[in-house]
Design a protein around this ligand. Structure first.
Ligand SMILES: Nc1nc2c(c(=O)[nH]1)N[C@H]1C(S)=C(S)[C@@H](COP(=O)(O)O)O[C@H]1N2
Ligand SMILES: [Mo]
Length: 329
């Protein structure tokens, strides 16, 4: 299929998100089935500003997705900010370091070790895990504990779908995740200035892990994840501060006890295990009442109010019924 570029848009002005938005509108229309996979590829091939990564095949956002919290209609953060302003300390501490240095990470082959309280432990090749799940699009807010936020169109699958297949035992109460430790390809892991005891570790309570909003992402803006965003597989927990959404996962372990997690270990008074977004519970060194929605500049900071559970309270508040959110921050 040959699709001509519209003559009124010079190629230099076709940004990745413009391509994505056109594809998305198209997929929401009646030709979704026929077009899937064909249209974006054809457009991409002609466009030199196209992003890295493979076009993914996934289900478009469903009609009732907004009610379920799967889709926000807020403006998506432009691709260049989503992939250029990152936290991924394995590649350095500046926001631009991951985009600059994560290209050194080799993500194929990739294997995920499944262990602990589970019926089917083992080392799984990523493609075998992905063969068993269905990819879909989710448009989520991401709220960093540093008080900035984005809106990101992820592609991924519910973590619950994977957990059900792995079969946790009745003793499994938590899930622990680990990022790759490979200092030869991750310059931040070689740094003498790092306070992190690698590898980066995160965890969820089992009911949080099974919640339908909890996503394992393999892509964004319709294409496979750029390395700086946690390729090839990362967690996305939209009602929690961004540090819970661990990148480049190589280990999933089911445990009886609450796992020790990276930031809670470094500064337990500043970062808790739960890390639910909460404008009423300030960080000891700054307020969490508002956030800068990117893109944000000195003259147009785009500051907005932070919402309890990052706006997903209707979906997740019941998980924390009776818990003191000031104590379990
Ligand atoms: N392995 C690992 N995962 C990580 C981090 C990190 O430094 N290392 N940073 C976290 C933080 S603080 C945030 S805000 C999000 C940022 O995700 P993004 O760069 O895709 O927006 O990733 C999280 N996952
Ligand atoms: Mo963050």
């Amino acid at each position: 299929m040959i699709i001509k570029r519209p003559t009124d848009i010079p190629s230099s002005e076709i940004t990745p998100e413009a391509i994505y938005l056109r594809r998305r509108d198209f997929m929401r229309g009646s030709l979704a089935g026929i077009a899937a996979g064909l249209l974006p590829g054809s457009l991409m091939a002609e466009d030199s500003t196209a992003p890295a990564g493979q076009a993914l095949t996934y289900s478009p956002v469903a009609a009732d997705a907004t009610d379920q919290g799967f889709d926000t209609r807020e403006a998506r953060t432009p691709y260049e900010h989503v992939t250029g302003y990152n936290n991924f300390y394995e590649f350095g501490m500046d926001k631009s370091d991951p985009a600059q240095y994560a290209g050194s990470l080799v993500t194929d082959p990739w294997s995920v070790e499944v262990s602990g309280e589970v019926e089917k432990p083992g080392a799984y090749a990523l493609e075998d895990l992905l063969a068993k799940v269905q990819l879909e699009e989710r448009i989520y807010r991401l709220r960093c504990v540093e008080a900035w936020s984005m809106v990101i169109p992820w592609v991924g699958f519910p973590l619950a779908d994977l957990i059900r297949q792995l079969g946790p035992t009745s003793r499994a109460r938590y899930v622990e995740f680990k990022t790759l430790y490979r200092p030869k390809q991750m310059r931040g892991q070689r740094s003498a200035f790092s306070t992190i005891d690698w590898p980066y570790v995160e965890g969820l309570r089992m009911d949080e892990a099974m919640h339908p909003l909890t996503l394992m992402a393999t892509g964004l803006y319709g294409r496979s994840l750029p390395n700086q965003n946690g390729a090839p597989l990362r967690l996305v927990v939209p009602w929690k501060y961004g540090f819970k959404s661990i990148k480049s996962i190589v280990s999933i372990r089911f445990t009886e006890k609450q796992p020790q997690t990276t930031w809670a270990q470094i500064a337990p008074r500043e970062y808790g295990f739960y890390a639910n977004v909460n404008p009423q519970v300030d960080h000891p060194r700054w307020s969490q009442k508002t956030e800068r929605r990117l893109p944000s500049t000195l003259f147009n900071p785009n500051r907005i109010d932070t919402q309890l559970f990052n706006g997903y309270g209707e979906q997740v508040a019941h998980l924390y019924q009776g818990m003191d959110l000031r104590k379990y921050y």
